[in-house]
Design a protein around this ligand. Sequence first.
Ligand code: ADP
Ligand code: MG
Length: 246
Amino acid sequence: MSLELSSISVAFGGFKALDDVTISLNKAEIVGLIGPNGAGKTTCINIITGFQDPTSGTVLLDGQNINTKAPFDIRRRGLARTFQAGRLFTGLDVLDNLAVTGVGLGHSRHRSEEEALRLLTWMGAEHLAELPAAGLPYTDERRVGIVRALMFAPDFLLLDEPAAGMSETEADDLAQIIKRIAEELACGVLLIEHNVGLVLSLSKHVYVLDAGKIIEEGDKAAILGSTAVREAYLGAEHKPENMGDA
Ligand code: ADP
Ligand code: MG
């Protein structure tokens, strides 16, 4: 199976958030998407998942255009995402939060809870099941967000800055989980991250987005050796005062 953003452009008024962007990934493969703040990374996920319509271009799932599908329909087709900010129901415990997703997919409550517990256990997070979602430490909330996305049994998982706010150890744990999602669940992963080291170590192929354009793509060596990346992305990271000029 393959997922492709094909020549996608998005304009908000006169502002081009994405300009002729093409990104593709296959099942069981991790592909990275990096770039400075405001580069258009989250917009890519919004386009793939139907939250945002492109001005031009297509989203292809196995070569079939899914542009016109509603978000719920796209999830049914095997695409799942996480959000930058947690969106758990704060009044429910973790298991119920996950079961709600299963019930929404049409499964019985019993089966949904079983599946939620199976996935939590798979991730080594079964101890979270009965904790209230409201009080979860940030990193656990992120892990539950990933489990919730996995409730859709996705063919492709779109992760929007999953390591944000994590310590190095926590990010390493997360890296193992992402690897297992690709290897054990045969799920294709589009990984958006500020943690460039994490992306480069995990991804088969990395795209670099800057001001709505793909300025580089390739494996770890290609990205590390790229002058364009150093100037546009790493340079900006080291000189945040220059970011406003973009
Ligand atoms: P990233 O995730 O790389 O930080 P985003 O995709 O969130 O970047 O945003 C890319 C650019 O598009 C930003 O300048 C942002 O302000 C703008 N943008 C995103 N969504 C909207 C929207 N719904 N309306 C107007 N501008 C938007
Ligand atoms: Mg973003």
